[in-house]
Design a protein around this ligand. Sequence first.
Ligand code: ADP
Ligand code: MG
Length: 246
Amino acid sequence: MIKTENLSKSFSGLEVLKNINLTVETGEVVAILGPSGSGKSTLLRMFNGLEELSGGRIQVGGISVDANQSQRERNKQIGKIRLHTGMVFQQFNLYPHKTVLQNVVEALLIVKKIPREKAITLGEKLLKRVGLLEKKDQYPNRLSGGQQQRVAIARALAMEPDLMLFDEPTSALDPELVDEVLAVIKELAHTGMTMVIVTHEMEFAREVADRIIFMADGVVVEEGTSEEFFSRPKTERARKFLKMEE
Ligand code: ADP
Ligand code: MG
């Protein structure tokens, strides 16, 4: 589903991703862990074309974006990638002036141009799945953070993505609201959805991820199965990180 080759990224001369080579298989759940500032968000955003690459190549669902392509060609490819990739951010980014249901069906109507009635049926099905059907006519500011994030997940799922990207989906939540969001993501993992999750929730990563990618200072320091990484980290850097998190 994802393959990067010597992927690099600089922000005004500062190299924040250095020669990243990784793959994510279809159906795999991968957690990206690492200290703050290590490049996790930047990498995740590149999977969805939200950051321009500075070097190398990335392929998502067979669509490739290359530093050597023309800007026009790249934009065309990125547009295709976005159509089948869903992303959930730390800040839920719901439209405040739209109801919960309108938030979920917006892209179906505008991007996919699905007839309203059909979009609403699908939207209600997704809201039911995240346990929020009874909130469909509320505005986001009437919902808790956990509920808003579950709406954001339903909205991303509405486009029927092949790949879901989560960037610290519970970091902005009060502690008592974290579990309801993680439960929805876990349920999704069990459906076979390909997912990449940046998280600081170690217990959750251990439980839900097939594989861990551990980053520090813009490089992949270590990767392995969840079991390997948490029980037998190979590098000093990872051992230090895990101790820090305890
Ligand atoms: P993480 O998600 O692991 O905390 P980030 O990917 O957000 O790390 O950031 C990696 C590095 O890139 C940091 O040094 C950060 O300051 C820098 N960075 C991220 N986004 C930008 C930007 N838009 N402009 C300049 N520097 C950025
Ligand atoms: Mg981040």
